[in-house]
Write a protein that binds this ligand. Structure first.
Ligand SMILES: C[S@@+](CC[C@H](N)C(=O)[O-])C[C@H]1O[C@@H](n2cnc3c(N)ncnc32)[C@H](O)[C@@H]1O
Length: 263
């Protein structure tokens, strides 16, 4: 049933939004992430990948921006999954994704799935898997990465908060309380050496890193503690996409050396 503009605005106002998305001319969801931030993220995360005809799994999709972006970029099949914000009585995330999907007319499948269930759920495998803003929310992110390796055919993309960037050795900072952003669901701040080592040991052949496009002074992540990893299953998968200039190949000797920053 189609809503008139006033009813759509009411429906949007009744739920919580992380993603700012234009659902109709003049009607944009009031997400914590702005349209400009999301456009920059989509460009950095999906821009280098040829999604035409590919299958995409979006883990922790929330309102669905990246699922919709993958579909718009030609993916044949997109599965949006989430649980925490979808089941949360205040966020009602699944309802928000379904509202947006109806308005945008995009064929995105949904499945209620917690990332801790990735290793047991019969999801099948996907060409591209997205793990954006989820790593640090899990008490055991290592198990999730291992599960993602098993179901990723070509490339896993991780976007994450980072910490311990002054350490050369692989390390993660543990936040037992609400130290990070006053959010008790934030557990870990990995450094780049940790992410690279973890992805390689899970079985990804090539790992590329870039700073988040808005990490730096004046932006939403002023301390540069935000990064994006493209982890390819093998060299053949890697060659499907030209490597953008922004990508740092973490197999290059001393690649991480220039990335050490003060705490
Ligand atoms: C920061 S949002 C990221 C949303 C989207 N992927 C993005 O990058 O814009 C974190 C997502 O992780 C999910 N999540 C999974 N497990 C979680 C947990 N244990 N605690 C909090 N959030 C969790 C949330 O439901 C939410 O969709």
């Amino acid at each position: 049933m189609s809503l008139d503009d006033a009813a759509l605005r009411d429906a949007i106002a009744r739920t919580a939004w992380f993603h700012s998305m234009a659902l109709r001319t003049g009607i944009v969801t009031p997400g914590a992430k702005s349209e400009a931030l999301l456009a920059a993220e989509a460009n950095a995360i999906l821009g280098p990948l040829d999604l035409a005809g590919r299958s995409v799994l979006d883990v922790g999709a929330w309102n669905g921006f990246f699922s919709f972006a993958a579909k718009r970029r030609g993916a044949a099949r997109v599965l949006a999954t989430d649980s925490f914000t979808w089941r949360h009585p205040a966020y009602r995330g699944r309802e928000t994704l379904e509202l947006a999907r109806g308005e945008l007319g995009l064929d995105v499948e949904t499945l209620e799935l917690d990332p801790t269930e990735l290793d047991t759920a019969p999801t099948g495998s996907f060409d591209v898997t997205l793990f954006l803003g989820v790593f640090y929310h899990l008490i055991d992110p290592i198990r999730a990465i291992q599960a993602l390796r098993r179901i990723t055919r070509l490339v896993l993309v991780i976007e994450t908060h980072q910490d311990a960037l002054w350490l050369r050795r692989p390390a993660m900072i543990f936040y037992p309380g609400a130290e990070l952003d006053n959010d008790p669901t934030n557990w870990w701040g990995p450094n780049r050496a940790l992410m690279c080592g973890l992805l390689r040991s899970a079985g990804f052949a090539r790992v590329f890193y870039q700073d988040h496009p808005m990490a730096g002074p004046g932006g939403p992540y002023p301390l540069r503690r935000r990064g994006i990893y493209h982890a390819f299953a093998d060299d053949a998968a890697r060659s499907a996409a030209p490597a953008p200039a922004a990508w740092i190949d973490l197999a290059t000797p001393d690649a991480l050396q220039g990335l050490l920053v003060r705490g």
